[in-house]
Design a protein around this ligand. Structure first.
Ligand code: NAD
Length: 373
């Protein structure tokens, strides 16, 4: 009997619905050619949800998300909703759903496709073949630690406070995600901290070291201070396999790593929660880019980040490595064939629309499938 994968699609706002339409072509194809059974549900999030229900995160969307095996988001936000009160803004919907699903691990791959190596701001020979995964802790650390706030002082000055807190269970669970990922890759984890200055991250380093020795002796673990990691990312990024780090360090380093790859329109991401009794983790996949209101509705958006986010879903939620690799290979071949959306346009290439790019990926999937991949 074919397994059925229950997927909730949340197209959201701006270019979200356009790129999501291209992902549907991929799910249709996998159903027809590979016999994968997808049960696709669609829901409202962000500005679209506010327009329909007066809230960026309706209860119904949360129920749909809980009922699904995995969620794929397009993007949320736009000028139309800019002046709404803080709790009604589209972005609150995204933060709310991440919180509700308990997504504590953010996975940000930085992958350089051969055909795109010359588009990086770094030299081609530094980034060519780059395949790095940054695992960022998403629900703890200095972004959430208490006390936090701005206090007025008696002398008329102010005092701003944030607190960096981690506990052993928090470090263990994010480190486990990194070690498990490394086992499926090159079996190397680099944990990034500032253990020489911040006690909370000295404790982080000790916890990762203990866990690695006890449960993952087959994975090579190294440690690096965050300042050095920032330098190494732009000096020699290919030295890394999986990098695991705190919320704030991950926020910064993952954006730096993203730039190595050339364009926002190419970057997928995943956020994972605690596994349930069956080992299934709540998971939300989304392109890193926003709703790009400047090009929305014009069939100009690059759909590859959304398609690659779906490939991550195939790999991490459904364990369909062969199909994930097929989709990624098809994206690589499409770029190799010289097609570019406007955001990644290069001299001598053919500029195509969102729709044409989506169709081209399907054609390459067909070819690879017929060749036996
Ligand atoms: P953005 O990522 O939407 O756009 C930045 C620039 O990159 C724009 O010029 C845009 O045209 C271009 N771009 C982005 N994605 C593209 C794609 N797939 N193909 C081609 N070009 C692409 O960021 P922004 O302009 O800072 O924000 C716009 C809106 O999106 C805001 O409301 C913001 O809050 C929201 N936002 C949402 C998310 C999310 O849903 N995860 C993330 C970031 C920003």
């Amino acid at each position: 009997m074919t397994e059925t994968y229950k997927v909730l699609l949340l197209p959201g706002d701006g270019i979200g619905p356009e790129v999501m339409r291209q992902v549907r072509k991929v799910t249709d194809w996998l159903g027809r050619k590979r016999g994968l059974g997808f049960e696709l549900d669609e829901g409202l999030l962000g500005g679209a949800a506010y327009d329909a229900h007066g809230t960026p995160l309706p209860r119904e969307t949360l129920d749909q998300a809980h009922a699904a095996d995995a969620v794929l988001l397009g993007a949320v936000g736009g000028d139309r909703w800019e002046d709404l009160p803080f709790d009604k803004k589209p972005e609150r919907g995204l933060l709310g759903i991440r919180k509700e699903l308990g997504l504590f691990a953010n996975l940000r791959p930085a992958l350089v496709f051969e055909a795109m190596a010359s588009a990086s701001t770094l030299k081609e020979d530094v980034v060519s073949g780059l395949d790095l995964m940054i695992v960022r802790e998403l629900t703890g650390g200095i972004y959430f630690g208490e006390p936090a706030g701005i206090e007025d002082q008696a002398d008329g000055t102010q005092r701003g406070v944030n607190t960096l807190v981690y506990t052993t269970p928090e470090v263990d669970r994010i480190a486990r995600v990194a070690f498990d990922l490394a086992r499926k890759r090159d079996k190397r984890v680099c944990s990034v901290d500032k253990a020489n200055v911040l006690q909370a991250t000295a404790m982080w380093r000790d916890a990762v070291t203990r866990l690695g020795a006890a449960e993952y002796p087959d994975v090579a673990l190294s440690h690096m201070y965050v300042d050095n990691a920032a330098m190494q990312l732009v000096r020699d990024p290919r030295q890394f396999d999986v990098m695991v780090t705190t919320n704030m360090f991950g926020d910064i380093l993952s954006d730096a790593a993203a730039m190595l790859t050339g364009s926002l329109g190419m970057l997928p991401s995943a956020s994972l929660g605690e596994p349930d009794a069956n080992g299934q983790r709540p998971a939300l996949y989304e392109p890193v880019h926003g709703s790009a209101p400047d090009i929305a509705g014009q069939d100009k958006a690059n759909p590859l980040a959304a398609i690659l986010s779906f490939a991550m879903m195939l790999r991490y939620s459904f364990d369909r490595e062969a199909e994930a690799a097929l989709v990624e290979h098809a994206v690589s071949d499409t770029l190799g064939g010289g097609l570019r959306t406007q955001d990644i346009m290069q001299a001598g290439m053919a500029k195509v629309s969102t729709t044409v790019m989506g169709e081209a990926v399907i054609r390459e999937m067909d070819k690879l499938h017929n060749e036996g991949q």
